[in-house]
Design a protein around this ligand. Sequence first.
Ligand code: FAD
Ligand code: DHB
Length: 389
Amino acid sequence: MRTQVAIIGAGPAGLLLSHLLAAGGVDSVVVETRSEEYVAARIRAGILEHSSVELLESAGLGTRLRAEGDEHRGIYLQWPHERHHLDFVDLTGRSVWVYGQTEVQKDLIAARKAAGQEIHYEVSDVVLNEVESERPYVTFTDKSGNKQRLDASVIAGCDGSFGPSRAAVPAAQTYERVYPYSWFGILADVAPSTDELIYAWHPDGFALHSMRSATVSRLYLQVPNGTDPQSWSDDQIWDALATRLGHGQDGWKLNPGKITDRSVLPMRSYVQTPMRHGNLFLAGDAAHIVPPTGAKGLNLAIADVALLSKALIARVKENDPRLADGYSDAAQRRVWRCTHFSWWMTTMLHTSGDPFDAELQLSQLRWVASSQAGATGLAENYAGLPISY
Ligand code: FAD
Ligand code: DHB
């Protein structure tokens, strides 16, 4: 097989890249280890920042998002006995949208199918070859067990944190921070008990009330690393959420409901640089991981691809290497901003057990919630900086 861009991974980064490349007249072939159904059903992120929505819309992927997504003006920041609303629209003129990654993924799959995109699901033995040369290629075993070779001008590594692309950049510099806690996430068939997300600091640990629709809630609890999600009963989960989210505080109530999904997500920050080696370019989780507290993972993958698609179109179609040569530095500027913001949100909101840390966190939360400058800083980062930042 031969194509212009060989894309490894059919997550949001890989599929959006194939979509934007096609719009710019560049062909690609996508290879993915999982099945289409598995990729479409994975429950992950839920918040799209302002520029992600603009980008998806400009790429013709905004119809269902606008119809079924929910625009939020801001978030609530909370600690015991206090809840404060931060209005991002008033503070920065930018909003966010609640629209699950599952829905983004479904929209991408539908759009790529309609365009006849070649995607090989359920492949194995994916190997990147000769990425330093002008003729890189990917070898893999297809779903039927046949060995395949895919020749390309460029390989895009969009294969997340466990894929092979990351390791194909030799002598990369890596930065990592592992956090001493995880998120226990549940999905529940119950109307959200809040109109906008609640990020709650509590002595027992952080809690977050998010949502997917008018009838589905998504909630998270800080738990110790290694927690087995099956070791908590439904009542224990709802009780912990009620306590941490302030059930009974000023008459507010948390409505429990049927839990339909539960998982534990460890948290870490990871950045790898450069995001390019020869004719291999990395995008999304293949190059960086953020802890989920700032809702940045999916948005950062979208921002990388916005830059990379332009760079590859110029490189492959017009033989102009300038954007491709600048891709890693341009992407890293935003990566580090989001890495800092996610680390800051995480360390401000998760309890460590140290009383000194707790007082610093509460002091920071009070300042963010009461100062126009503090609130604007959070709002600007959460609602998201322009893609070109
Ligand atoms: P991925 O979505 O990981 O896609 C990579 C794709 O590559 C996958 O489909 C994978 O199967 C495929 N692949 C892997 N190896 C190979 C191979 N050898 N060959 C071919 N294909 C391969 N972010 C938030 O902002 N908020 C959240 O609440 C949140 N929750 C998360 C929960 C979990 C369990 C995880 C893992 C991530 C979560 N994230 C969250 C992060 C967010 O989902 C990611 O940042 C986003 O999915 C990145 O997209 P991506 O396309 O770069 O990577
Ligand atoms: C969700 C996930 C996040 O990481 C976050 O900060 C906000 C919401 C969610 O899954 O809805």
